[in-house]
Write a protein that binds this ligand. Sequence first.
Ligand SMILES: Cc1cc2nc3c(=O)[nH]c(=O)nc-3n(C[C@H](O)[C@H](O)[C@H](O)COP(=O)(O)OP(=O)(O)OC[C@H]3O[C@@H](n4cnc5c(N)ncnc54)[C@H](O)[C@@H]3O)c2cc1C
Length: 491
Amino acid sequence: MRVLGGPGRNRTTDTRIFNPLLYQLSYQAKEQNYSRPERNCKELWKLFIPPGRGVGAGRGAAMPARSILPGYKGYNGRMNSPSSPSMRRFIQSDICIVGNGAIAKTAALGFAQAGQSVTLLCPSTAPAPSAAAASAPAELGWDVRVFALNHTAFHLLSALKVWGALDAARVAPVDAMLVNGDGAQAGALGFDAYGAHTGTLAWIVEDRNLNQALDAALRFAQNVTLVQGRATGLVRDADSATVHLDDGAAIQAALVVGADGAQSWVRGQCDIGMDYRSYGQSAVVSNFHCERPHHGAAQQWFTGAEGVVALLPLPGNMVSLVWSAPEALAATLRAESATQLAARLAPFAAAKLGQLTPLQPELVRDFPLRLMRPHSMVAPRVALVGDAAHVVHPLAGHGMNLGFADVEQLVRTIVEREAQRGIGDQRVLARYARARKEDVLLMQLATDGLARLFGTDLEPLRVVRNFGLNLLDKLPMLKRRLISHALGKQG
Ligand SMILES: Cc1cc2nc3c(=O)[nH]c(=O)nc-3n(C[C@H](O)[C@H](O)[C@H](O)COP(=O)(O)OP(=O)(O)OC[C@H]3O[C@@H](n4cnc5c(N)ncnc54)[C@H](O)[C@@H]3O)c2cc1C
Protein backbone atom coordinates (compact mmCIF):
# COMPACT_ATOMS: atom_id res chain seq x y z
CA MET A 1 0.00 0.00 0.00
CA ARG A 2 1.28 3.42 -0.85
CA VAL A 3 -0.11 6.28 1.16
CA LEU A 4 0.08 9.41 -0.89
CA GLY A 5 -1.26 12.02 1.46
CA GLY A 6 -3.30 12.52 4.54
CA PRO A 7 -5.34 14.81 6.68
CA GLY A 8 -3.44 17.78 7.93
CA ARG A 9 -0.93 17.98 5.13
CA ASN A 10 -0.41 21.25 3.31
CA ARG A 11 -1.44 23.14 6.37
CA THR A 12 -0.23 26.41 4.97
CA THR A 13 -2.20 25.99 1.76
CA ASP A 14 -5.33 24.33 3.02
CA THR A 15 -8.91 24.75 1.88
CA ARG A 16 -9.31 28.06 3.71
CA ILE A 17 -7.67 29.64 0.73
CA PHE A 18 -10.35 28.28 -1.55
CA ASN A 19 -13.48 28.42 0.49
CA PRO A 20 -13.44 29.97 3.94
CA LEU A 21 -17.11 29.29 4.64
CA LEU A 22 -16.90 25.62 3.81
CA TYR A 23 -13.73 25.32 5.83
CA GLN A 24 -15.37 26.92 8.82
CA LEU A 25 -18.44 24.74 8.51
CA SER A 26 -16.48 21.54 8.25
CA TYR A 27 -14.28 22.62 11.18
CA GLN A 28 -17.35 23.31 13.30
CA ALA A 29 -18.83 19.96 12.33
CA LYS A 30 -15.68 18.17 13.41
CA GLU A 31 -15.55 20.09 16.68
CA GLN A 32 -19.06 18.89 17.45
CA ASN A 33 -18.17 15.32 16.57
CA TYR A 34 -20.75 15.42 13.81
CA SER A 35 -23.37 15.42 16.52
CA ARG A 36 -25.79 17.51 14.48
CA PRO A 37 -24.80 17.04 10.88
CA GLU A 38 -27.89 18.75 9.57
CA ARG A 39 -27.05 21.96 11.40
CA ASN A 40 -24.89 23.33 8.69
CA CYS A 41 -26.16 21.56 5.65
CA LYS A 42 -28.40 24.36 4.44
CA GLU A 43 -25.52 26.81 4.39
CA LEU A 44 -23.27 24.26 2.82
CA TRP A 45 -25.62 23.18 0.09
CA LYS A 46 -26.37 26.73 -0.84
CA LEU A 47 -22.84 26.69 -2.11
CA PHE A 48 -23.12 23.33 -3.80
CA ILE A 49 -26.40 24.09 -5.50
CA PRO A 50 -26.94 27.80 -5.95
CA PRO A 51 -30.54 28.94 -6.13
CA GLY A 52 -31.86 29.03 -9.70
CA ARG A 53 -29.27 26.48 -10.78
CA GLY A 54 -28.13 27.02 -14.30
CA VAL A 55 -29.15 30.65 -14.34
CA GLY A 56 -26.13 32.86 -14.57
CA ALA A 57 -23.98 29.95 -15.56
CA GLY A 58 -22.96 31.63 -18.74
CA ARG A 59 -19.51 31.23 -20.05
CA GLY A 60 -18.31 34.55 -18.67
CA ALA A 61 -19.12 33.58 -15.12
CA ALA A 62 -17.80 30.11 -15.63
CA MET A 63 -14.40 30.62 -17.00
CA PRO A 64 -11.69 32.52 -15.20
CA ALA A 65 -8.87 32.90 -17.64
CA ARG A 66 -6.18 30.90 -15.82
CA SER A 67 -5.80 28.17 -13.29
CA ILE A 68 -6.25 29.50 -9.78
CA LEU A 69 -4.30 26.75 -8.10
CA PRO A 70 -0.77 27.74 -7.12
CA GLY A 71 2.03 25.27 -7.57
CA TYR A 72 0.16 23.24 -10.16
CA LYS A 73 2.61 21.50 -12.47
CA GLY A 74 0.39 19.34 -14.63
CA TYR A 75 -1.15 15.91 -14.58
CA ASN A 76 1.25 13.06 -14.06
CA GLY A 77 -1.10 10.19 -13.32
CA ARG A 78 -0.28 10.45 -9.58
CA MET A 79 -2.03 12.89 -7.40
CA ASN A 80 -0.03 13.61 -4.25
CA SER A 81 3.39 13.31 -2.77
CA PRO A 82 3.68 11.13 0.29
CA SER A 83 2.90 12.95 3.50
CA SER A 84 5.09 10.60 5.46
CA PRO A 85 7.66 8.00 4.48
CA SER A 86 6.15 5.46 6.84
CA MET A 87 3.55 3.09 5.46
CA ARG A 88 0.24 2.93 7.24
CA ARG A 89 -1.17 -0.53 7.74
CA PHE A 90 -4.59 0.50 8.97
CA ILE A 91 -6.50 3.59 7.96
CA GLN A 92 -9.77 4.73 9.44
CA SER A 93 -11.95 7.35 7.84
CA ASP A 94 -15.60 8.22 7.52
CA ILE A 95 -15.70 7.27 3.86
CA CYS A 96 -13.56 5.10 1.61
CA ILE A 97 -13.92 5.82 -2.11
CA VAL A 98 -12.64 3.21 -4.54
CA GLY A 99 -11.74 4.54 -7.99
CA ASN A 100 -9.42 6.76 -9.93
CA GLY A 101 -11.67 8.51 -12.45
CA ALA A 102 -13.29 11.94 -12.48
CA ILE A 103 -16.30 10.72 -10.51
CA ALA A 104 -14.23 9.17 -7.72
CA LYS A 105 -12.11 12.31 -7.38
CA THR A 106 -15.17 14.57 -7.39
CA ALA A 107 -16.80 12.44 -4.71
CA ALA A 108 -13.64 12.67 -2.59
CA LEU A 109 -13.61 16.45 -2.87
CA GLY A 110 -17.35 16.69 -2.21
CA PHE A 111 -17.26 14.63 0.97
CA ALA A 112 -14.12 16.36 2.18
CA GLN A 113 -15.72 19.78 1.74
CA ALA A 114 -18.75 18.53 3.63
CA GLY A 115 -16.50 17.74 6.59
CA GLN A 116 -16.08 13.97 6.23
CA SER A 117 -12.70 12.31 6.34
CA VAL A 118 -12.10 10.44 3.08
CA THR A 119 -9.71 7.77 1.90
CA LEU A 120 -9.45 7.56 -1.88
CA LEU A 121 -8.19 4.16 -3.01
CA CYS A 122 -6.65 4.16 -6.51
CA PRO A 123 -5.27 1.09 -8.28
CA SER A 124 -1.64 0.29 -7.40
CA THR A 125 -0.61 0.65 -11.02
CA ALA A 126 -2.50 3.98 -11.01
CA PRO A 127 -3.29 3.92 -14.72
CA ALA A 128 -4.22 7.41 -15.79
CA PRO A 129 -7.92 7.82 -16.62
CA SER A 130 -6.87 8.17 -20.22
CA ALA A 131 -3.49 6.60 -20.83
CA ALA A 132 -3.00 8.24 -24.21
CA ALA A 133 -4.06 11.58 -22.83
CA ALA A 134 -1.88 11.43 -19.78
CA SER A 135 1.20 10.49 -21.71
CA ALA A 136 0.74 13.39 -24.13
CA PRO A 137 1.78 16.75 -22.70
CA ALA A 138 -0.96 19.32 -23.13
CA GLU A 139 0.90 21.32 -25.75
CA LEU A 140 1.33 18.24 -27.96
CA GLY A 141 -2.27 17.79 -28.80
CA TRP A 142 -5.90 17.48 -27.93
CA ASP A 143 -7.24 14.64 -25.87
CA VAL A 144 -9.53 12.46 -27.98
CA ARG A 145 -11.50 11.65 -24.83
CA VAL A 146 -13.84 14.61 -24.37
CA PHE A 147 -17.11 15.04 -22.48
CA ALA A 148 -20.07 17.34 -22.97
CA LEU A 149 -20.59 18.47 -19.38
CA ASN A 150 -23.97 19.90 -18.38
CA HIS A 151 -25.04 22.47 -15.80
CA THR A 152 -25.18 19.94 -12.97
CA ALA A 153 -21.52 19.17 -13.59
CA PHE A 154 -20.73 22.86 -13.89
CA HIS A 155 -22.34 23.75 -10.54
CA LEU A 156 -20.81 20.85 -8.66
CA LEU A 157 -17.31 21.41 -10.06
CA SER A 158 -17.62 25.15 -9.45
CA ALA A 159 -18.62 24.62 -5.81
CA LEU A 160 -15.59 22.36 -5.42
CA LYS A 161 -13.33 25.04 -6.96
CA VAL A 162 -12.46 22.64 -9.77
CA TRP A 163 -14.18 24.41 -12.65
CA GLY A 164 -12.08 27.51 -12.17
CA ALA A 165 -8.95 25.38 -12.25
CA LEU A 166 -9.72 23.98 -15.70
CA ASP A 167 -7.58 25.32 -18.49
CA ALA A 168 -10.25 27.66 -19.89
CA ALA A 169 -8.51 27.96 -23.24
CA ARG A 170 -9.20 24.25 -23.81
CA VAL A 171 -12.91 24.31 -22.94
CA ALA A 172 -15.47 24.89 -25.68
CA PRO A 173 -18.97 26.15 -24.86
CA VAL A 174 -21.78 24.54 -26.84
CA ASP A 175 -24.23 27.17 -28.09
CA ALA A 176 -26.38 24.96 -30.31
CA MET A 177 -27.15 21.32 -30.95
CA LEU A 178 -28.36 19.98 -34.27
CA VAL A 179 -29.72 16.47 -34.59
CA ASN A 180 -30.10 15.14 -38.15
CA GLY A 181 -32.18 12.18 -39.22
CA ASP A 182 -31.48 9.86 -42.13
CA GLY A 183 -32.75 8.94 -45.57
CA ALA A 184 -34.42 10.99 -48.28
CA GLN A 185 -36.95 12.51 -45.85
CA ALA A 186 -34.40 13.20 -43.11
CA GLY A 187 -35.90 14.99 -40.12
CA ALA A 188 -34.01 17.52 -38.05
CA LEU A 189 -34.14 18.87 -34.53
CA GLY A 190 -32.31 21.94 -33.27
CA PHE A 191 -31.69 23.49 -29.87
CA ASP A 192 -29.85 26.65 -29.02
CA ALA A 193 -28.82 28.38 -25.85
CA TYR A 194 -31.04 31.39 -26.54
CA GLY A 195 -34.14 29.20 -26.96
CA ALA A 196 -33.24 27.28 -23.81
CA HIS A 197 -32.92 30.55 -21.86
CA THR A 198 -29.38 29.87 -20.85
CA GLY A 199 -25.92 31.21 -21.62
CA THR A 200 -24.50 27.90 -22.78
CA LEU A 201 -26.04 24.49 -23.43
CA ALA A 202 -22.98 22.51 -22.31
CA TRP A 203 -19.21 22.63 -22.23
CA ILE A 204 -16.85 20.30 -24.07
CA VAL A 205 -14.03 19.41 -21.69
CA GLU A 206 -11.10 17.07 -22.30
CA ASP A 207 -10.65 14.15 -19.92
CA ARG A 208 -7.06 15.25 -19.29
CA ASN A 209 -8.02 18.85 -18.53
CA LEU A 210 -10.73 17.68 -16.12
CA ASN A 211 -8.45 15.25 -14.31
CA GLN A 212 -5.65 17.78 -14.05
CA ALA A 213 -8.00 20.22 -12.33
CA LEU A 214 -9.37 17.50 -10.02
CA ASP A 215 -5.89 16.29 -9.12
CA ALA A 216 -4.76 19.83 -8.38
CA ALA A 217 -7.75 20.34 -6.07
CA LEU A 218 -7.07 17.00 -4.36
CA ARG A 219 -3.52 18.04 -3.60
CA PHE A 220 -4.87 20.85 -1.45
CA ALA A 221 -7.91 19.12 0.00
CA GLN A 222 -7.97 18.57 3.71
CA ASN A 223 -9.53 15.39 5.04
CA VAL A 224 -8.45 13.34 2.03
CA THR A 225 -5.96 10.48 2.25
CA LEU A 226 -4.82 9.10 -1.09
CA VAL A 227 -3.85 5.45 -1.10
CA GLN A 228 -2.54 3.33 -3.94
CA GLY A 229 -3.18 -0.38 -3.64
CA ARG A 230 -5.15 -3.35 -4.86
CA ALA A 231 -8.31 -4.20 -2.99
CA THR A 232 -8.75 -7.90 -2.35
CA GLY A 233 -11.66 -8.08 0.03
CA LEU A 234 -14.56 -6.12 1.45
CA VAL A 235 -15.85 -7.08 4.89
CA ARG A 236 -18.97 -5.40 6.21
CA ASP A 237 -20.63 -5.55 9.61
CA ALA A 238 -23.19 -3.53 11.52
CA ASP A 239 -20.76 -0.73 12.33
CA SER A 240 -18.33 -0.40 9.47
CA ALA A 241 -16.90 -1.70 6.22
CA THR A 242 -13.27 -2.70 5.79
CA VAL A 243 -11.45 -2.81 2.47
CA HIS A 244 -8.48 -5.20 2.64
CA LEU A 245 -5.54 -4.66 0.34
CA ASP A 246 -3.21 -7.23 -1.19
CA ASP A 247 -0.28 -6.14 1.01
CA GLY A 248 -2.19 -6.83 4.21
CA ALA A 249 -3.17 -3.22 4.84
CA ALA A 250 -6.79 -2.24 5.49
CA ILE A 251 -9.08 0.77 5.22
CA GLN A 252 -11.99 0.94 7.61
CA ALA A 253 -14.86 3.33 6.97
CA ALA A 254 -18.52 3.87 7.80
CA LEU A 255 -19.29 3.85 4.06
CA VAL A 256 -17.53 2.50 0.98
CA VAL A 257 -18.29 4.35 -2.26
CA GLY A 258 -17.79 2.35 -5.44
CA ALA A 259 -16.66 4.83 -8.12
CA ASP A 260 -14.57 2.26 -9.93
CA GLY A 261 -16.25 2.28 -13.31
CA ALA A 262 -18.26 -0.14 -15.40
CA GLN A 263 -16.40 -3.25 -14.19
CA SER A 264 -16.74 -2.11 -10.57
CA TRP A 265 -14.89 -4.27 -8.08
CA VAL A 266 -16.97 -2.83 -5.24
CA ARG A 267 -20.22 -3.78 -6.98
CA GLY A 268 -18.86 -7.26 -7.51
CA GLN A 269 -18.31 -7.66 -3.75
CA CYS A 270 -21.92 -6.80 -2.98
CA ASP A 271 -23.88 -9.44 -4.76
CA ILE A 272 -25.76 -6.84 -6.78
CA GLY A 273 -27.39 -8.35 -9.86
CA MET A 274 -27.16 -6.56 -13.19
CA ASP A 275 -28.80 -6.37 -16.62
CA TYR A 276 -26.18 -6.25 -19.32
CA ARG A 277 -26.59 -5.79 -23.04
CA SER A 278 -23.93 -5.08 -25.62
CA TYR A 279 -25.02 -2.64 -28.32
CA GLY A 280 -22.78 -4.46 -30.79
CA GLN A 281 -21.21 -1.07 -31.43
CA SER A 282 -17.97 0.72 -30.59
CA ALA A 283 -17.51 4.45 -30.29
CA VAL A 284 -14.63 5.58 -32.50
CA VAL A 285 -13.16 8.90 -31.39
CA SER A 286 -10.68 11.31 -32.95
CA ASN A 287 -10.13 15.06 -33.37
CA PHE A 288 -10.14 17.15 -36.55
CA HIS A 289 -9.45 20.62 -37.75
CA CYS A 290 -12.34 22.02 -39.77
CA GLU A 291 -12.07 24.41 -42.65
CA ARG A 292 -15.02 26.56 -41.55
CA PRO A 293 -16.00 27.73 -38.07
CA HIS A 294 -18.41 25.49 -36.16
CA HIS A 295 -19.99 28.44 -34.30
CA GLY A 296 -20.16 26.41 -31.10
CA ALA A 297 -22.61 23.92 -32.61
CA ALA A 298 -22.59 20.24 -31.70
CA GLN A 299 -23.93 18.14 -34.56
CA GLN A 300 -25.24 14.63 -34.65
CA TRP A 301 -26.33 12.43 -37.53
CA PHE A 302 -28.41 9.28 -37.08
CA THR A 303 -27.44 7.23 -40.10
CA GLY A 304 -29.34 3.97 -39.57
CA ALA A 305 -27.02 1.09 -40.45
CA GLU A 306 -23.83 3.12 -39.97
CA GLY A 307 -24.67 4.21 -36.44
CA VAL A 308 -24.54 7.67 -34.91
CA VAL A 309 -21.97 10.27 -35.90
CA ALA A 310 -21.40 13.23 -33.56
CA LEU A 311 -19.05 16.16 -34.04
CA LEU A 312 -18.53 18.22 -30.89
CA PRO A 313 -16.98 21.68 -30.99
CA LEU A 314 -13.48 22.17 -29.60
CA PRO A 315 -11.93 25.63 -29.20
CA GLY A 316 -11.06 27.36 -32.46
CA ASN A 317 -11.79 25.55 -35.70
CA MET A 318 -11.60 22.07 -34.24
CA VAL A 319 -14.12 19.30 -33.66
CA SER A 320 -14.10 16.03 -31.76
CA LEU A 321 -15.67 12.95 -33.37
CA VAL A 322 -17.68 10.30 -31.54
CA TRP A 323 -18.88 7.73 -34.07
CA SER A 324 -20.98 5.00 -32.48
CA ALA A 325 -20.54 2.45 -35.22
CA PRO A 326 -21.62 -1.21 -35.56
CA GLU A 327 -18.68 -3.50 -34.70
CA ALA A 328 -17.80 -4.45 -38.30
CA LEU A 329 -17.73 -0.82 -39.41
CA ALA A 330 -15.89 0.22 -36.24
CA ALA A 331 -13.19 -2.36 -37.00
CA THR A 332 -12.81 -0.90 -40.50
CA LEU A 333 -12.66 2.66 -39.15
CA ARG A 334 -9.98 1.60 -36.67
CA ALA A 335 -7.93 -0.08 -39.38
CA GLU A 336 -8.08 2.93 -41.68
CA SER A 337 -6.01 6.08 -41.30
CA ALA A 338 -7.45 9.21 -39.71
CA THR A 339 -7.32 10.83 -43.15
CA GLN A 340 -9.60 8.09 -44.50
CA LEU A 341 -11.83 8.63 -41.48
CA ALA A 342 -12.00 12.34 -42.32
CA ALA A 343 -12.99 11.47 -45.89
CA ARG A 344 -15.82 9.25 -44.59
CA LEU A 345 -17.14 12.22 -42.60
CA ALA A 346 -17.36 14.49 -45.64
CA PRO A 347 -20.97 13.55 -46.57
CA PHE A 348 -22.07 14.72 -43.10
CA ALA A 349 -19.73 17.55 -42.32
CA ALA A 350 -18.60 19.11 -45.59
CA ALA A 351 -21.64 21.33 -46.13
CA LYS A 352 -21.24 23.18 -42.85
CA LEU A 353 -17.66 22.59 -41.73
CA GLY A 354 -15.83 22.27 -45.04
CA GLN A 355 -12.89 19.89 -45.23
CA LEU A 356 -11.81 18.01 -42.10
CA THR A 357 -8.12 17.38 -41.39
CA PRO A 358 -6.96 15.00 -38.63
CA LEU A 359 -5.37 16.87 -35.72
CA GLN A 360 -3.23 13.97 -34.55
CA PRO A 361 -3.31 11.35 -37.28
CA GLU A 362 -2.12 8.61 -34.91
CA LEU A 363 -4.89 9.21 -32.38
CA VAL A 364 -8.01 7.21 -33.15
CA ARG A 365 -9.43 5.30 -30.20
CA ASP A 366 -12.50 3.22 -29.64
CA PHE A 367 -14.72 2.11 -26.76
CA PRO A 368 -17.18 -0.81 -26.69
CA LEU A 369 -20.74 0.34 -26.05
CA ARG A 370 -23.10 -1.43 -23.69
CA LEU A 371 -26.05 -0.91 -21.43
CA MET A 372 -25.37 -1.88 -17.82
CA ARG A 373 -28.13 -1.65 -15.26
CA PRO A 374 -27.13 -2.84 -11.79
CA HIS A 375 -30.25 -3.75 -9.82
CA SER A 376 -29.32 -1.47 -6.97
CA MET A 377 -27.14 1.58 -6.37
CA VAL A 378 -26.64 0.63 -2.72
CA ALA A 379 -25.88 -2.35 -0.51
CA PRO A 380 -25.20 -2.47 3.23
CA ARG A 381 -22.50 0.17 3.88
CA VAL A 382 -21.91 0.62 0.15
CA ALA A 383 -23.06 3.22 -2.38
CA LEU A 384 -22.29 3.15 -6.10
CA VAL A 385 -21.74 6.27 -8.22
CA GLY A 386 -20.89 6.90 -11.88
CA ASP A 387 -20.39 4.03 -14.30
CA ALA A 388 -20.23 1.60 -11.38
CA ALA A 389 -23.94 2.37 -10.93
CA HIS A 390 -25.06 2.71 -14.58
CA VAL A 391 -23.57 2.61 -18.05
CA VAL A 392 -25.55 4.20 -20.88
CA HIS A 393 -25.06 4.66 -24.62
CA PRO A 394 -23.06 7.86 -25.22
CA LEU A 395 -25.38 9.17 -27.96
CA ALA A 396 -26.83 11.71 -25.54
CA GLY A 397 -23.42 12.44 -23.93
CA HIS A 398 -24.68 11.95 -20.39
CA GLY A 399 -22.87 9.10 -18.62
CA MET A 400 -20.45 11.37 -16.79
CA ASN A 401 -23.18 13.93 -16.08
CA LEU A 402 -25.25 11.20 -14.41
CA GLY A 403 -22.19 10.39 -12.30
CA PHE A 404 -21.82 14.00 -11.17
CA ALA A 405 -25.51 14.07 -10.25
CA ASP A 406 -24.96 10.85 -8.23
CA VAL A 407 -22.13 12.48 -6.31
CA GLU A 408 -24.12 15.63 -5.63
CA GLN A 409 -27.08 13.58 -4.38
CA LEU A 410 -25.02 11.19 -2.26
CA VAL A 411 -23.13 13.97 -0.47
CA ARG A 412 -26.35 15.92 0.01
CA THR A 413 -28.20 12.88 1.41
CA ILE A 414 -25.41 12.13 3.87
CA VAL A 415 -25.06 15.75 4.98
CA GLU A 416 -28.81 16.06 5.49
CA ARG A 417 -29.27 12.80 7.43
CA GLU A 418 -30.82 12.92 10.90
CA ALA A 419 -28.46 13.35 13.84
CA GLN A 420 -29.05 9.85 15.15
CA ARG A 421 -28.21 8.17 11.85
CA GLY A 422 -24.69 7.22 10.88
CA ILE A 423 -23.06 7.84 7.51
CA GLY A 424 -23.57 4.27 6.31
CA ASP A 425 -27.08 3.93 7.73
CA GLN A 426 -29.15 1.74 5.43
CA ARG A 427 -32.09 4.15 5.43
CA VAL A 428 -29.85 7.02 4.44
CA LEU A 429 -28.42 4.97 1.59
CA ALA A 430 -31.90 3.91 0.49
CA ARG A 431 -32.84 7.59 0.29
CA TYR A 432 -29.91 8.18 -2.02
CA ALA A 433 -30.95 5.29 -4.27
CA ARG A 434 -34.55 6.51 -4.36
CA ALA A 435 -33.53 10.06 -5.17
CA ARG A 436 -31.45 8.95 -8.14
CA LYS A 437 -33.83 6.33 -9.51
CA GLU A 438 -35.97 8.48 -11.80
CA ASP A 439 -33.13 10.46 -13.35
CA VAL A 440 -31.09 7.35 -14.08
CA LEU A 441 -34.05 5.37 -15.39
CA LEU A 442 -35.11 8.20 -17.70
CA MET A 443 -31.64 8.46 -19.17
CA GLN A 444 -31.38 4.67 -19.58
CA LEU A 445 -34.74 4.53 -21.34
CA ALA A 446 -34.08 7.56 -23.52
CA THR A 447 -30.63 6.53 -24.71
CA ASP A 448 -31.57 2.89 -25.13
CA GLY A 449 -34.79 3.79 -26.94
CA LEU A 450 -32.99 6.16 -29.32
CA ALA A 451 -30.20 3.65 -29.97
CA ARG A 452 -32.77 1.01 -30.92
CA LEU A 453 -35.06 3.31 -32.88
CA PHE A 454 -32.23 4.76 -34.94
CA GLY A 455 -30.20 1.58 -35.16
CA THR A 456 -32.26 -0.09 -37.83
CA ASP A 457 -32.71 0.41 -41.57
CA LEU A 458 -36.36 -0.70 -41.60
CA GLU A 459 -38.22 1.82 -43.77
CA PRO A 460 -41.38 2.23 -41.60
CA LEU A 461 -39.20 2.97 -38.58
CA ARG A 462 -37.13 5.39 -40.61
CA VAL A 463 -40.29 7.31 -41.54
CA VAL A 464 -41.54 7.34 -37.95
CA ARG A 465 -38.26 8.54 -36.43
CA ASN A 466 -37.75 11.31 -38.96
CA PHE A 467 -41.36 12.42 -38.53
CA GLY A 468 -40.75 12.39 -34.74
CA LEU A 469 -37.68 14.60 -35.04
CA ASN A 470 -39.55 17.13 -37.18
CA LEU A 471 -42.57 17.09 -34.88
CA LEU A 472 -40.49 17.60 -31.75
CA ASP A 473 -38.70 20.46 -33.43
CA LYS A 474 -42.05 22.21 -33.84
CA LEU A 475 -43.19 21.76 -30.22
CA PRO A 476 -41.34 24.44 -28.29
CA MET A 477 -42.80 23.57 -24.85
CA LEU A 478 -41.83 19.91 -25.10
CA LYS A 479 -38.50 20.82 -26.62
CA ARG A 480 -37.76 23.19 -23.74
CA ARG A 481 -38.60 20.54 -21.15
CA LEU A 482 -36.38 18.05 -22.93
CA ILE A 483 -33.43 20.38 -23.19
CA SER A 484 -33.93 21.55 -19.63
CA HIS A 485 -33.58 17.98 -18.42
CA ALA A 486 -30.54 17.40 -20.61
CA LEU A 487 -28.89 20.54 -19.31
CA GLY A 488 -29.30 19.32 -15.75
CA LYS A 489 -31.68 22.19 -14.91
CA GLN A 490 -35.01 21.96 -13.14
CA GLY A 491 -38.36 22.65 -14.72
C1 LIG B 1 -17.19 7.48 -26.50
C2 LIG B 1 -17.79 7.98 -25.23
C3 LIG B 1 -18.18 9.30 -25.15
C4 LIG B 1 -18.76 9.80 -23.98
N1 LIG B 1 -19.14 11.09 -23.93
C5 LIG B 1 -19.71 11.56 -22.82
C6 LIG B 1 -20.14 12.93 -22.75
O1 LIG B 1 -20.02 13.68 -23.71
N2 LIG B 1 -20.71 13.37 -21.60
C7 LIG B 1 -20.88 12.55 -20.54
O2 LIG B 1 -21.42 13.00 -19.51
N3 LIG B 1 -20.48 11.25 -20.57
C8 LIG B 1 -19.91 10.75 -21.67
N4 LIG B 1 -19.49 9.45 -21.70
C9 LIG B 1 -19.62 8.61 -20.50
C10 LIG B 1 -18.41 8.78 -19.58
O3 LIG B 1 -17.22 8.49 -20.27
C11 LIG B 1 -18.51 7.87 -18.37
O4 LIG B 1 -19.80 7.89 -17.87
C12 LIG B 1 -17.54 8.33 -17.30
O5 LIG B 1 -16.22 8.30 -17.78
C13 LIG B 1 -17.66 7.45 -16.05
O6 LIG B 1 -16.75 7.91 -15.10
P1 LIG B 1 -16.39 7.01 -13.84
O7 LIG B 1 -15.37 7.80 -13.06
O8 LIG B 1 -17.63 6.56 -13.15
O9 LIG B 1 -15.75 5.70 -14.46
P2 LIG B 1 -14.34 5.54 -15.19
O10 LIG B 1 -14.01 6.75 -15.97
O11 LIG B 1 -14.40 4.23 -15.89
O12 LIG B 1 -13.32 5.47 -14.00
C14 LIG B 1 -13.25 4.36 -13.14
C15 LIG B 1 -11.90 4.41 -12.45
O13 LIG B 1 -11.84 3.42 -11.44
C16 LIG B 1 -10.56 2.82 -11.47
N5 LIG B 1 -10.70 1.47 -10.94
C17 LIG B 1 -11.19 0.38 -11.57
N6 LIG B 1 -11.13 -0.69 -10.74
C18 LIG B 1 -10.59 -0.26 -9.58
C19 LIG B 1 -10.26 -0.88 -8.35
N7 LIG B 1 -10.50 -2.18 -8.14
N8 LIG B 1 -9.69 -0.14 -7.37
C20 LIG B 1 -9.46 1.17 -7.57
N9 LIG B 1 -9.75 1.81 -8.70
C21 LIG B 1 -10.30 1.11 -9.71
C22 LIG B 1 -10.13 2.85 -12.92
O14 LIG B 1 -8.73 2.85 -13.01
C23 LIG B 1 -10.73 4.16 -13.38
O15 LIG B 1 -9.80 5.20 -13.25
C24 LIG B 1 -18.93 8.93 -22.87
C25 LIG B 1 -18.54 7.60 -22.96
C26 LIG B 1 -17.99 7.12 -24.13
C27 LIG B 1 -17.58 5.67 -24.20
